[in-house]
Design a protein around this ligand. Structure first.
Ligand SMILES: [Zn+2]
Length: 151
């Protein structure tokens, strides 16, 4: 486990290093892992927390448990764009709520008021009207729409 302590952190989402090709390479390298576990891996991407992962996967219409190696190129592209969009949305909501959002994993920051799926289990999906569920993926609480997000 000592290796994980010295493992190099992946690029930040808002850098040019985080390209569609880069994401594709990482997904291929971890093709048997659930896609959520890959984007949460800090050696793949720096700074993505549990909320961002759930929100990005919903925006990209990809089920968190999808094996990383099964994503079609168009889905990888969509996921790449979604991660960037969701991260930018968090940042534009201002330093205070953003910090609270990142650090407390779900305080009462502005962003959560307009979350797509995070902590919205039992409520309806804004895309299709189905009921959002909460499950666990790789040991993390995970929120998703079983209809909009393809497994
Ligand atoms: Zn839905």
């Amino acid at each position: 486990m000592a290796d994980t302590l010295v493992a190099k952190l992946g690029p930040e989402v808002d850098t040019s290093e985080f390209s569609v090709d880069y994401l594709q390479t990482q997904l291929t390298r971890r093709k048997k892992s659930p896609v959520k576990a890959v984007i949460l891996d800090q050696t793949v991407l720096s700074g993505i927390g549990n909320i961002y992962a759930d929100e990005s996967l919903h925006l990209a219409k990809i089920h968190p448990e999808r094996r990383a190696g099964t994503l079609l190129p168009v889905e990888t592209k969509r996921l790449h764009a979604a991660v960037k969009t969701i991260m930018a949305a968090g940042i534009t909501h201002g330093g205070t709520s953003f910090s609270r959002y990142v650090n407390a994993l779900g305080g009462t920051g502005d962003y959560l008021d307009q979350a797509r799926v995070f902590r919205r289990q039992g409520l309806t999906c804004g895309v299709c009207g189905s009921v959002i569920i909460k499950t666990r993926v790789s040991g993390r609480g995970t929120h998703l729409c079983p209809k909009s997000q393809l497994l």
